[in-house]
Design a protein around this ligand. Structure first.
Ligand code: FES
Length: 68
């Protein structure tokens, strides 16, 4: 089970989970300023929830590749 550490909190999630949803469910602040209100809600078009990931992750899907 993957372990996630962010903003001083550490928790586990199911393999294959949506990281944005997991972080928000655990009270992690992903957004700054107006992006808290105006963001794409995880569609992957605004980039405001971008995070740096360390460790083993799944291969990028088509949305990840298109965004990059
Ligand atoms: S909320 Fe994550 S890319 Fe827009």
């Amino acid at each position: 089970m993957p372990k996630v550490t962010a903003q001083g909190k550490t928790f586990e999630c199911d393999s294959g989970s949506n990281l944005r949803k997991v972080l928000l469910e655990h009270g992690i602040e992903l957004y700054n300023g107006n992006a808290k209100i105006i963001n794409c809600m995880g569609i992957g078009t605004c980039g405001t929830c971008a995070v740096q990931v360390e460790g083993e992750v799944s291969e990028p899907n088509w949305k990840d590749k298109a965004r990059r």
